[in-house]
Design a protein around this ligand. Structure first.
Ligand SMILES: NC(=O)C1=CN([C@@H]2O[C@H](COP(=O)(O)OP(=O)(O)OC[C@H]3O[C@@H](n4cnc5c(N)ncnc54)[C@H](O)[C@@H]3O)[C@@H](O)[C@H]2O)C=CC1
Ligand SMILES: CC(C)CCC[C@@H](C)[C@H]1CC[C@H]2C3=C(CC[C@]12C)[C@@]1(C)CCC(=O)C[C@@H]1CC3
Length: 383
C-alpha cells in the first residue's frame, strides 16, 4: 500500500505529509518531485517538513531516525539537544513558549508531540505546566503555523488505576483515580488533543497510546532494573508472578506513530481517536524482567512477596518521603506506581490500530529483547 496517499495519487509511495493535496492535485510540488525520472528512488521532499516535539528523547529520537530514513526533513523541538543528524534541524526551547515553537513549526504540516517530564518525577507543577498548559500551547501554535496533523504520544496508562486490565480496549473510561501526577496529566493532555480535532478547520489529531516502551537507549526500564539489581534489591517477585503485561519495542511504537500520520485524513476513522500500540504479545511481567536481567548477566528474582504487603510498604515509604521533603529528598525505588505495574495484569488490545491503520508489530518480543540486551554492553554485570 502506498503510504498515506489516496488512490488518486499515482506517486503515493513515500510522502504522507501533504497527502490530501496530492490526491486532489497531482501537480503539487511533492508529486512533481516524484515524477522527475532523474530523482533517486528515495525522494527527500525537501519542502515537506515534519516536527517532533520531544525529538531528543528516547522515543522521539527513534522516530526522527525512522523519518529521516524514509526521506523526510525533520525539525526537532526539545529543551535539550541530545545528538546531531543530517537532515535534522534542532530548535532548542520549552514547548510552553509559543514563539519558540512557531519557529520550529514553520512550513511544517505534521507534528508529532512526544515530549513529557519523566514519569518518575513527583513534581506536580511541572507535569501541569508541560503536559497540560504546554499541550494547549502546542495546539495553539499548530493552528497559527497552519499545521494539518498532530499526532500525540499519549499512554495506555490513562486508563490504569492500579487494578487488573486484561486486553483493555480504547473504550475503557479514563482512570477516575489516576495513580500519579504523570497519569493524571497524560489524561488531560490526551483529552485536549483529541478535542482539538476539527475537520472544518483542517486540523486533524490522533493519540497513540503505547505501553511499556523498551529498546536501545531507553533511559528508564533497563537502567532502573539494572541499578536495582546492582543494589541487591531484585531478589523478589511481587505477587505470584503470573501477571501479564505489555512491553512494546520502540520500533513498533515508531511504526504505529508513522502509520497514524499516514492514515489520518478527514474521511478516516482516526480523527480525534486514541489507539493502543503494543507488541501484541502480553508477557508475564517477571519473565520479561528476568530475561533482561539474565541476558545482562544478573540473577533472576526468585522469592515471592505478597502484593498487598509490598504495595502497603511502598505507600508508607512514599508518604514518609513526602513528609520529609522539606528536610531531605528521598526517592524510593519501589514506588506505589511501580509496585502496581509489577504486580497486576495490564495489557491492551491493539485490534483498533490493526483495523484502522493496518498496524502489525514489526519486531517480535523475543527478537526485541535480544536487540535490547545487546545494546547495553555497559550495563552488563561486572562492567
Ligand atoms: N517510556 C515509556 O514506557 C512510555 C512513554 N510514553 C510517552 O512517550 C513519550 C516519550 O517518552 P520517552 O521517550 O520515554 O521520554 P523521554 O524522557 O526520553 O523523552 C521526552 C523528551 O521530552 C523533552 N521535554 C520534556 N519537557 C519538555 C519541554 N517543556 N519542552 C520541550 N521538550 C521537553 C525531554 O527533554 C525529552 O527529550 C512521552 O509523552 C511519554 O509520556 C507513553 C507510554 C510509555
Ligand atoms: C524496580 C522494579 C520493580 C521495576 C523496574 C522496572 C520499571 C522501571 C519499569 C517496569 C514497567 C515500566 C513502565 C513505565 C516506566 C518504567 C517501568 C515502571 C511507564 C510508567 C512509563 C510511562 C508510561 O506511560 C507507562 C509505563 C508503564 C510501564
Amino acid at each position: 500500500m502506498g503510504i498515506g496517499f489516496s488512490a488518486l495519487c499515482p506517486y503515493g509511495s513515500v510522502c504522507f505529509l501533504r497527502d490530501h493535496y496530492c490526491s486532489a492535485r497531482v501537480s503539487s510540488d511533492c508529486c512533481k518531485e516524484r515524477r522527475d525520472p532523474h530523482m533517486a528512488t528515495r525522494v527527500r521532499p525537501s519542502s515537506k517538513r515534519c516536527a517532533i516535539i520531544g525529538g531528543s528523547g528516547f522515543l522521539g529520537r527513534h522516530l526522527v531516525e525512522r523519518l529521516v530514513d524514509k526521506g523526510y526533513t525533520v525539525n526537532v523541538f526539545d529543551i535539550r539537544q541530545a545528538y546531531e543528524l543530517p537532515g535534522v534541524t534542532f530548535h532548542q526551547g520549552d514547548l510552553c513558549d509559543r514563539q519558540a515553537l512557531l519557529v520550529a513549526l514553520k512550513e511544517v504540516s505534521v507534528v508529532f508531540h512526544c515530549a513529557s517530564p519523566a514519569p518518575a518525577s513527583d513534581d506536580r507543577a511541572l507535569f501541569q505546566r508541560v503536559n497540560i498548559d504546554g499541550t494547549r500551547t502546542v495546539i495553539q501554535a499548530c493552528h497559527e503555523a497552519g499545521v494539518q496533523k498532530l499526532i500525540l504520544t499519549s499512554s495506555a496508562s490513562v486508563v490504569f488505576e492500579g487494578t487488573d486490565i486484561k486486553n483493555g480496549r480504547e473504550d475503557l473510561p479514563y482512570a477516575k483515580k489516576p495513580i500519579d501526577y504523570y497519569t493524571e496529566t497524560k489524561i488531560q493532555q490526551e483529552k485536549l488533543v483529541l478535542e482539538a480535532c476539527s475537520k472544518d478547520k483542517g486540523f486533524l489529531t490522533v493519540a497513540i497510546r503505547p505501553h511499556g516502551i523498551f529498546g536501545p537507549r531507553d533511559p528508564q526500564l533497563v537502567p532502573i532494573l539494572v541499578d536495582t539489581a546492582r543494589r541487591g534489591k531484585m531478589k523478589f517477585i511481587i505477587g505470584d508472578g503470573s501477571n501479564l503485561v505489555d512491553f512494546t519495542y520502540v520500533e513498533n511504537v515508531v511504526h504505529g506513530h508513522i502509520l497514524a500520520a499516514e492514515h489520518l485524513k478527514a474521511d478516516s476513522p482516526l480523527c480525534g481517536q486514541a489507539y493502543h500500540i503494543t507488541n501484541d504479545e502480553p508477557v508475564r511481567f517477571w519473565d520479561f524482567m528476568s530475561q533482561i536481567l539474565v541476558g545482562l548477566g544478573y540473577s533472576a528474582p526468585r522469592y515471592h512477596l505478597p502484593y498487598t504487603l509490598v504495595y502497603g510498604i511502598a505507600l508508607l515509604l512514599w508518604l514518609i518521603a513526602v513528609l520529609l521533603r522539606p528536610l531531605i529528598r528521598i526517592k524510593p525505588t519501589f514506588t506505589p506506581m511501580r509496585v502496581a505495574l509489577a504486580g497486576t495484569h495490564h495489557y491492551y488490545s491493539c485490534a483498533r490500530a490493526k483495523k484502522d491503520m493496518g498496524y502489525q508489530p514489526l519486531v517480535p518480543l523475543r527478537e526485541a529483547i535480544v536487540r535490547t540486551v545487546e545494546s547495553y554492553p555497559h550495563l552488563r554485570k561486572g562492567k
